[in-house]
Structure formats: C-alpha cells, structure tokens
Design a protein around this ligand. Structure first.
Ligand SMILES: [Ca+2]
Length: 323
C-alpha cells in the first residue's frame, strides 16, 4: 500500500468509525459559555454546582474541577495556566491504540485558549525574517489555521517565541528543546490532559454525543467548513474547540503501541517515526473521532496528492513561568 493509500485508509477509518463504545458515568458541565465577560462567574457557578451534586465514574469520585487562570501574552493571545497533576490516559473501551490506560503525571504548562488563528499567523508572518504564507484553504482572520504542515506549525511556534523575545524551542529540523522558554506544540499527553480537564468521560462535557453540537464543530453541524474559534462552549478548564473545528498537531511522533511502554511522567512520544500525532477531530469528522482519547497518526508534510482540504491546525503551549 502506498503512503497515499495508507493515509486515506486511516482517514476513512476516522470518519467511518461509529461511536459504539462510550465510557460509563456522566459528567455534565453545561453552565460555561465561551465569552470572557461571562466565563468566570459561570464557571464559578459551575464549580459550585459540581461541588454540591458531585459526580460518579465507576463508583470513584471524579477529579476536582477548578477553572484555571488565564493570562494574555505579549502577542495578545490568551493562554490557560494548566495545573500540574496526574490523570488516567487512554481508554480501555477505545480503539487498540488507546490502550492500555496508564497513569501519567503532567507538569504545569500554558496552553492557548483557542486554536491558532489566521489573524495570528498573518501578524507573525508580517514581522518575521523568514515569513511563511497562510496555508489555509478556508480564509478568514478569526478562522483557525488549517492544512498546516507539522514543520510550518513549528515555524509558527518559533516565530511567536522570537516576537516575544523568548528562546525558541525548535531547531530547523523540528527537534525540540523542552527546557527553552518559548512556544512549542503540546505533547500528546499534555493535549489529552488539557482536553479532559479533570474528566474521565468520552468528551470533556460527558458521554452523550448528542450534546456534541453545543461544544464542537463536526460533520453534523459544520457545513463542511471551519468556523471562527471560541464559538462553542469551552471545556471545564476554559479551553475552546478541543473537540472539533480543526484537528490539532501534537509534538509527538505517533506509534500505535506507545502506551505499552510510555514513561509515567511527561511522556514525549517515540524518538522516531514517520507519522505525527494529531488530536481532537475536525469539521469533517464524526462524533467518535472527537473523543478526548481518540488518536490519529498523520504524515507531517501531507505526502500524498489528496485534493480534499486538510483538516489539521494546532495550538501552542509553553513552560509555566517559574514561581
Ligand atoms: Ca480543535
């Protein structure tokens, strides 16, 4: 099978898989709305209500949900301060590459509240000494960047670091210095930890895919296009569009069996491989592909002749500032 055939087969599997195995327990957070002027009071109400009613998952208390603070960077981009903690990564009822479920510790980090937008891309490219054109086929300043190659997402991270006077994380080959203070792509574990936001259900709002339309753009409501970021309800930690709109590049090389030997603290993926991880599903994906634990490996440079718009965007993270 050629590279193009392999990739198309993976994409068809992503689109075609039915939402057949959802986890137990329901964890509903329907009180948060995405606009900043209302976010804090609503999430305080949300946390208060959760404290009152509690929730269950397999008889165990669910992780405590608190709304982390949000900061605004020098570039004017809002980032959520993701707290350090451990979580159960993967899904015992998911696909083979989501198993085994394993406990992972994640250090605190900052994550963009939204997917990287084309407005952000154009501003950074305008001031960069090595500008790259906006790769998106759906055009608009508030739309997420889409059909971006992995190395071009890395370019964006470095350009943003340079624009803010931070040490870039990546060299020209995309090798990451995790000790650098600049921006980078999230590791796959960081992405899932942030997407779950303390939940253990299929989605960050619960298990019911019928509610997905309140939280995500996907095949049933997108009209076959991307949408401006932050139009849907955020997850319990205030992150928008973690489910849907554009699928998001992670830092990690993809390996189907990586969870069998993953480090238990800040895993960063296999050292080598042809595919890179992307997460969260996109406007053209079905509900199953938007689950918090759903994994996809994709070619970093789109090595085929597929004419369909690429559903891939990204968001940036960086180290939490030292206290
Ligand atoms: Ca997304």
């Amino acid at each position: 099978m050629s590279a193009a055939e392999t990739r198309n087969a993976m994409r068809n599997e992503e689109r075609g898989t039915r939402n057949e195995e959802l986890q137990d327990g329901v964890f509903l957070v329907d009180f948060c709305i995405p606009r900043s002027s209302f976010l804090i009071p609503h999430c305080i109400l949300c946390a208060f209500f959760i404290a009152i009613i509690g929730c269950t998952h397999g008889g165990r208390p669910a992780a405590k949900v608190e709304t982390p603070p949000v900061i605004t960077t020098k570039s004017g981009i809002e980032m959520v301060v993701i707290p350090a903690g451990s979580f159960e990564m993967g899904n015992k009822k998911g696909r083979d590459d989501e198993k085994p479920v394993h406990t992972v510790w994640i250090d605190s980090f900052l994550m963009d509240k939204t997917e990287a937008t084309q407005g952000e891309w154009d501003r950074l490219a305008h001031g960069a000494d090595d500008p790259k054109p906006n790769p998106s086929n759906f055009k608009g300043p508030t739309l997420p960047v889409n059909q971006v190659k992995w190395l071009d997402a890395v370019w964006f991270c470095n350009a943003r670091s340079k624009a803010e006077g931070l040490k870039p994380c990546y060299n020209d080959e995309g090798v990451c210095d995790f000790d650098a203070e600049g921006y980078r792509l999230p590791t796959e574990a960081e992405w899932e930890y942030a997407c779950r936001a303390g939940t253990s259900t299929s989605y960050s709002f619960g298990n019911d895919p019928k509610k997905l339309g309140d939280h995500a753009w996907f095949t049933e409501n997108s009209g076959k296009t991307t949408h401006p970021v932050a139009q849907k309800r955020p997850n319990p930690w205030g992150l928008c569009d973690m489910h849907g709109n554009v699928s998001e590049w992670c830092h990690d090389v993809y390996a189907k069996d990586y969870y069998e030997g993953s480090p238990d603290k800040n895993p960063r993926g296999p050292k080598e491989g042809k595919l890179y991880v992307r997460r969260g599903g996109a406007w053209q994906a079905d509900a199953d592909a938007l689950r918090s634990t759903y994994r996809v490996g994709d070619y970093p440079g789109f090595g085929d002749a597929c004419l369909a718009p690429e559903p891939i965007g990204f968001r940036c993270v960086r180290r939490a500032p030292a206290k």
